[in-house]
Design a protein around this ligand. Structure first.
Ligand SMILES: Nc1ncnc2c1ncn2[C@@H]1O[C@H](COP(=O)(O)OP(=O)(O)O)[C@@H](O)[C@H]1O
Ligand SMILES: [Mg+2]
Length: 294
């Protein structure tokens, strides 16, 4: 019994000898990930290394698999095939109990990951702590909630209820809750969707601030290119289950793939729409390519 224990410990310390451990500097490593739902191949043999302390943004049109991809990072979905690693340790083969522990390293701000309406802002923020730990020192909670609220610019909101908050404020409380356990990684799924440009920009600023001040690694799913360009160290575009573009904002802006260009320029801006609606232009002439032939 003793020897077995010892052996295990040695293995854990010397991670390179562990067959289920991957080397490299990625905090998250996705290897040959395929996800199918029935016959629908959503992710097709994707490999991706996410660097520690950086903000990686995943873009792509609705339904291309962005949410499915980030859910695999914390195994809210299991791969059809392939492997997922967190800090060198393979995690896609862990059971739910073990995953529960791994997930304490993550904060997530997911679509539909709403606040609990019946709980105050303070109780919403401390919820993950009460869920994961036996709390002995309740008095420390006040200070804790204060710190988290000041990080998201909502000092004094402890006693409010979600119904008294605007959409942007609710997102910020959700973010304060996401950082409750001092996560190393924060996953955001469409954090600016449904917010007006100013409120969206507050969220962008917060994402940047958490990266700068806490050194967190962020993975952000969005189809909002303004947000992507502002926050990303690296942008990845998904299309037909594959990564078709991967690089910094400049690389994406100048990317030769027509699907990338179409996507990044296909964003209809509300101001443009207003002009179109107001103008009432009738396009009487339709040009065809042959009209330009000699
Ligand atoms: N639990 C599920 N069961 C079956 N199909 C799913 C499930 N979750 C997602 N899908 C499918 O996977 C594809 C990608 O979905 P999703 O990742 O939500 O797209 P998005 O890029 O908009 O986030 C869609 O075709 C969707 O219908
Ligand atoms: Mg989605």
């Amino acid at each position: 019994m003793m020897t077995r224990r010892k052996k295990r410990k040695v293995k854990k310390d010397d991670e390179t000898t562990e067959p289920s451990v991957i080397e490299g500097d990625g905090i998250i490593v996705i290897k040959d990930l395929t996800k199918k739902f029935g016959g629908n191949v959503v992710l097709d043999n994707i490999s991706l290394t996410i660097e520690k302390g950086k903000t990686t943004v995943i873009i792509g049109p609705s339904g291309c698999g962005k949410t499915v991809l980030i859910k695999h990072i914390i195994l809210l979905l299991r791969p059809s095939s392939g492997e997922i690693y967190f800090k060198g340790r393979r995690i896609d083969n862990l059971n739910e109990n073990e995953l529960y522990k791994v997930r304490t390293n993550y904060g997530f701000l997911f679509q539909g990951g709403a606040l609990f309406d019946s709980l105050s802002v303070a109780d919403n923020i401390t919820f993950p702590i009460r869920q994961h730990y036996k709390v002995k020192y309740w008095s420390k909670f006040d200070e804790f909630v204060k710190t988290k609220l000041s990080m998201v610019g909502l000092e004094g909101f402890q006693k409010f209820y979600p119904s008294n908050l605007s959409g942007g404020q609710r997102k910020r409380v959700a973010l304060a809750r996401a950082i409750a356990l001092n996560p190393e990684v924060i996953l955001y799924d469409e954090p600016t969707t449904g917010l007006d440009p100013i409120r969206s920009d507050v969220i962008n600023e917060l994402i940047l601030k958490l990266q700068r001040e806490l050194g967190v690694t962020s993975v952000v799913v969005t189809h909002d290119m303004t947000s992507a360009y502002k926050i990303a160290d690296r942008i990845i575009m998904l299309h037909n289950g594959k990564i078709i573009a991967d690089g910094n904002a400049k690389h994406i802006r100048e990317h030769p793939h027509p699907v990338v260009q179409q996507f990044i320029h296909g964003q209809v801006n509300e101001d443009d729409l207003a002009v179109l609606r107001a103008s009432g232009t009738i396009f009487q002439t339709q040009f065809l390519p042959r009209d330009f032939e000699e």
